[in-house]
Design a protein around this ligand. Sequence first.
Ligand SMILES: *[C@@H]1O[C@H](CO)[C@@H](O)[C@H](O)[C@H]1NC(C)=O
Ligand SMILES: *[C@@H]1O[C@H](CO)[C@@H](O)[C@H](O)[C@H]1NC(C)=O
Length: 987
Amino acid sequence: MRWATTFATFILPLASIARPVSEYILHARDIGQTTPGSTPVLSQQAAFSGDVTQCKGYYVDHTAPSSSGGLLVYLTLLDKCSAYGNDISYLTVSVEYETSTRLHVHIYDNDIHQYQVPQYVLPRPSSDDCSQDKSDLKFEYNSNPFEFWITRKEDNAVLFDTRSKNIPTYDESIQIQGNYSNYTVLPSHPLIVEDQYLQLSSALPNGANIYGLGEVIAGTGYRRNESATVQTFWTRDVGDPVDENMYGVHPMYMEVRWDEQPKKLMSHGVFLLNSNGMDVILRDGVIEYRAIGGTFDFYFFSGPSPNDVASQYAQAVGFPQVMPEWSFGFHLCRWGYTSVNDTRTTVTRMREAGIPLEVQWNDIDWMRAYREFQFDQNYAPDEYKAFVDELHSMNQHYIPIIDAAIGYLYNDSDVFDVYSRGHELDVWMKNPDGTEYVGAVWPGFTVFPDWFNPNMQQVWTEAFYNLSQVVDFDGIWLDMNEPSSFVDGSATNSTIPIEDTTVVPPNYTPQAPPVDFPEGYWPNISGYSGNVTVNGTLTYGQNGTAPKNTALRRSYTVEIQQAKRNNGGSGSTTPDLPSYIPEIQYVDEPPYPIRNQAGRLSAKTVSPNATHYGGLQEYNVHNLWGTMEELATHNTLLDLKPGRRPFMVARSTFAGIGRKTAHWLGDNYSTFAYMKRAIQGVLQFNLFGIPMVGPDTCGFNGNTDEELCNRWIQLSAFFPFYRNHNTKLALSQEPYVWDSVRDASIKAINARYAMLPYWQTLFAKAAEYGAPPVVPLFHEFANPSYLSVDSQFLIGSSILVTPVLQPNESSVYGVFPNDNGVFWVDWWTHTRLDNSKYDNVSIDLPLGEIGVHVRSGSVLLVYDQPEYTVKETRDGGYGLLVVLDGKGYAEGDAKVDDGDSYPVTELTCLCFTASAGKLTSTPEGNYHIDGQLNTITIVGVWNRPSKVSLNGKGIDGGQIEYDESVGRVKIRDVGGNLNGEWTLEWE
Ligand SMILES: *[C@@H]1O[C@H](CO)[C@@H](O)[C@H](O)[C@H]1NC(C)=O
Ligand SMILES: *[C@@H]1O[C@H](CO)[C@@H](O)[C@H](O)[C@H]1NC(C)=O
């Protein structure tokens, strides 16, 4: 949950009780201009001019080869300009050809006084000692002023180009979210490196196709607005706004260019490793970085395919963790299960309704007065323990929430007094005067863990150990870890004792049900049931208006654009500190005011002047806070359950943390627009190497309705992380609430559970070499018209998902690529979709149905019989789905392990090939697969086979079913052993 939602819903006056969800109120610090202006961003400190046009950059003093075969370029400042900080006179540019596809260019101060992200948080990738000759990339530079550019040798394309003459300048501002923004004025492009301001620009092609630079919900969808974007990097607790900074920080982008000549999409990636506050601006022809500290630590990835870029990036920042198989089951949560009994009732009703429930969750209701690790009276330890044990006895799982901040006050009856223990070991973040920093979150006053403190891990693990003695949790939900604080600054310091503070912790807990409903549902006419029909009348559009999902603006209109490292387990428990602790002069109001949409840097979070162990200021490491909590929690989970895959779902993330955690897309809204936006979120985090991701299904803020929940529960069944979650007091949205949603859930969950071996395969490949499990169409099909398609997505290369994203519609246009004769068969019916003439096809999808298609030429290992839980499903053995292409050919592979061991030491890969009436399976690896192969389904056999044999032995006709309408042979009771090689033949 978040604070701003409740604020907006319950404190601001509401225009009308029955309006669709308004799309948030902007708090932009640069609003006010109504006409284009030429006001660049002002300096917040009088000592600095804010005038970057006076900066002249650096010249090359000398160069030297580096010890590893790279290049060192030594720079001297041309002229002081004091734009937004003190100019740094001497810089080093280190150029390392780390692998053939990765070039590392690090521009840093010779004194090494600027902050750099610790190895503990992001271990630097090892390099192959690649040389310039063997690299796909080439680094070149001019000496006076110093400017560099990077070329990909394969196509001679200049990928990154800091030469001023090639970069357009802009003296007039343009609009962002309806207001002219000073931040879009780009008057000149020198290299600026000051202690509190770094600026660097690169030329982009016109119509550049840019993806990434998140976490963000971009108004344009997954493809960023290359003409008008200001992306701010400052982690922030806010309910899913559009085009603003939010929970996570991933300063990485992929750019894709269409190359007419070989008709290929040529892609590359750029990652700036920097944890300081930052703005990145996109306007036609330019990308500009503006950071308020740190260094310019760039990694360039040569691609050239989009999948190559994703995997090269993951290799640099760390491959994602393999996930426990149970975590792919269906998760159910809400804020407002007020007791163990209430939660248990939900579990029971799910089973009665026959809807598979794998993981039950609780939000902050389980805590007494919302204090971490302390049990509410309605969650009494004995009863709570019995409930979680019951879940386990039924092969189900349990996840509770843990918020970032720790309640400052405690009670003698608390099971574990985390505050006092942490106080004793001195692990809480400090004020500049050395006293404990006290903010406020749900429990009222709170302190904040200092993840740099060497004792913090111990306090954290003790707290979880004590919790686990009551609640044997299977995973942890880490919320509010931007970190969120409801008050600006510390409530106390050495001169103001807490008893005398004037700061009053606000209470943002909802007091009344929300009034918002999805587009077109009017509760004042149709009542509060949320039903699709009331008394036989359709509820959609009853007040005469039929609003649609505005987030779909760009979709369905096909636009043509021209345009192995080992991360170890529970390793070090003491984060490394920098050898030099930078002291930030203007820590509260840095001269350059990043476009933090919360306002001041301290707004709704811990103040940047709060200090960590050794005197490190929050200013430099704010963006790392959540990620460091996730590192510590990962260590804790491994300590508590050694050898088992940790599972946590976290809100605030920094580059590379996919190697430890999953992520959910935060506090969204119950609207069709937000259902659509979940797709760009899932695609984004797959690019960022955090593939276990999904939204709050049916929507968090506001009330959902039957139609939206029906559509959404089916869509999310094809995202990696699948959880239904709801806010306090909103209309209930468990899938049993409406019969149609129940039926839709069962249908989608059965398909999902059948596909689990495929998901496990994709995640094993992600862990092995960074292959993204969920991708947009253009990753698989080189067609420039697919560059903006984000209303559909692919799971791996074989499954295409096409949802309905509008209210009151029962068909949808989807893109079904037909390159090289590719076609698609329906997952459920195996009917072939006719895309031979056009790749843009309308399909019928009445409520309760979603488009799921299998690509021709695929072989998928599936579970034969979806059951109530993942374990029971797995125990039921396997099936194989073969969809032959036009030439009778198909191939695929599957990676199988026990689904729970960590690290993975036993894994078997099965390779399947079907050709000319013959299907073979070849296993390789050391995991013994217990489940048998029960069923083989082959689609695309157009003559009834007269003879089918397995390893030369005829199969009884009674086991074989043939359906000539779809050309399908189904062989049952195969009894196949997947550990050996086998061949199936038909004629
Ligand atoms: C943006 O420009 C307006 C004048 O148009 C000015 O008043 C405001 O202070 C500027 N904002 C920033 C952050 O520089
Ligand atoms: C548990 O909850 C159910 C349904 O919410 C209710 O009917 C029942 O009385 C509750 N039992 C107890 C012991 O509170």
